[in-house]
Structures are given as C-alpha cells and as structure tokens.
Design a protein around this ligand. Structure first.
Ligand code: C5P
Length: 238
C-alpha cells in the first residue's frame, strides 16, 4: 500500500448498514483507516465496528465528552470493539482525557487487543472565529487549538484532531510522534459543505498531517475507490 493511501481515513457517514458495509468494501482497499462516526455508531453500535475492524483499522470517532468516570468507562468499552483509534473532546479537561487514555489502554490489554491510539478533538473544523466567540472562546481558533493540543499531550494522549490551519503550529510545539489527524480536507473544486477551515489533501499532507479524514469527497463520488486513489496520488506527490 502506498504511503498516501495509509494516510487517508475515510469517514463512513451514512445511516444504512448495507451502505456502510458497501462503502467499506469499496473504499477499504484504497485507504488506511475506516472512520466510524456518530451516525453509524448510533444506528448500528459496536457490532458494526467489530465487523469493520475485521476489514481494516477503524477510527471510532465518538468525540466523548462527559465527566472523567463516565468517559473512562465509555473509552474502555470503545477499546473493546477492536478500534485502532478513539477520541474525546479536549474541552472535557485534562482529568477526563487522562481517564480516557488510561481506561482504553487497560481495557484493550485485558482483552488481548492491540492498544488503541487515544486522541483529542481540539476545535471542530466547522467552527470559525465568529462561531467560537458565540460559545465563549475568545481568540483565534489556532490559539485555542494549540492550547488544547498541549493539554491533551500533558494528559498523556497520543495526538489530536485539528483543522488544516493549525497543523504547522501544533506540529512545531509537539513531538513528531504526536499524531495529527486532520478533517476539513477538500480536493480542489469540491464543495466545502459545512466545513469552514479547509485545505486540499496536498496542502494538509505537506503541512505535516499524519492522517487525513475525508468523507463526502470520497463517499459522495460516483466511484468512491477511484476518488480515494486520486487523493492518495495527490498525497504522494505532496
Ligand atoms: O464529509 P467530510 O469530509 O466533511 O467529513 C469529515 C468527517 O470528519 C466527518 O465525519 C466529521 O464528523 C469529522 N470531523 C470533522 N471535524 C472535526 C472532527 C471530526 O469534520 N474537528
């Protein structure tokens, strides 16, 4: 598998179980990771994750956010599905992030599963400075994202989800092995949809993203596997 392919996580955002499995079968061989989000998980639960994890590594994108004990328990249950990457919201605080990391690692180890990477969402890529100000976050999204990334690192997590615009700032403040997972990816000419802080696959790869989360530009294409392959080529040429 080319390096470009390994750096794509395809967002399987669909409601029908048959469509999710069809997409996974079509696109799985052309990407490194299958991302299961809230829509698929709420509809089909851990069984679907187990089924997909048998096909390719799964990023279980539940963005957990609650008190530390509750998130710790949920992270442990999520780890037992065999997912390779799990996430929480950094806004839940250091203690919550620490609980998620510790409980997920313990659960995977006792189940004899590989230990998943636990990462934190910094600032959603659908929020711009104005939307952040509305919910009480003063300052530029980049400063907020950096502050939350440093907190996640301090809490012992393996990396963060950030927008393309924050890759450089976070990468230079954290070790090269701190995982940067980046949604808001749009190949030139494709619709932004609800994403506000976006970049092309080439720009995000060049800036230092480890894993590019890409949904609609692949899943909404007439030939999703071909769309994924074209993006992998673009990453390889970055
Ligand atoms: O279709 P699109 O490429 O916009 O899909 C992006 C995916 O990444 C969605 O599944 C979304 O939930 C997820 N995501 C995001 N922004 C974050 C974290 C995750 O868009 N900050």
């Amino acid at each position: 598998m080319s390096d470009g392919r390994k750096r794509i996580a395809v967002a399987l955002d669909a409601s029908e179980r048959s469509r999710l499995l069809e997409l996974a079968r079509l696109v799985g061989p052309a990407v490194g990771v299958l991302k299961v989000g809230l829509e698929a998980f709420c509809g089909h639960g851990p069984e679907l994750v187990r089924e997909l994890a048998a096909l390719a590594p799964v990023f279980l994108d539940l963005k957990l956010h609650d008190i530390p004990n509750t998130v710790g328990g949920a992270a442990a249950a999520a780890a037992r599905t065999g997912a390779s990457i799990l996430n929480v919201h950094a806004g839940g605080g250091a203690e919550m992030m620490r609980a998620a990391g510790e409980r997920a690692r313990e659960a995977a180890t006792s189940a004899g599963l590989p230990v998943p990477k636990v990462i934190a969402v910094t600032v959603l890529t659908s929020l711009d400075a104005a939307a952040l100000a509305e919910v009480g976050f003063a300052g530029a999204p980049r400063e907020t994202a950096l502050r939350l990334a440093l907190l996640a690192r301090q809490a012992g997590l393996d990396g963060v989800v950030c927008s393309p615009e924050e890759i450089g700032t976070i990468r230079s403040a954290c070790n090269p092995d701190f995982l940067l997972v980046v949604p808001g990816i749009r190949p030139a000419g494709s619709a932004a949809g609800d994403q506000k802080r976006i970049a092309t696959p080439r720009a995000a790869a060049r800036a230092g993203a480890d894993l590019l989360v890409i949904g609609r530009p692949i899943t909404g294409a007439p030939d999703p596997a071909a769309a994924a392959r074209a993006i992998a080529d673009e990453i390889n040429g970055a």
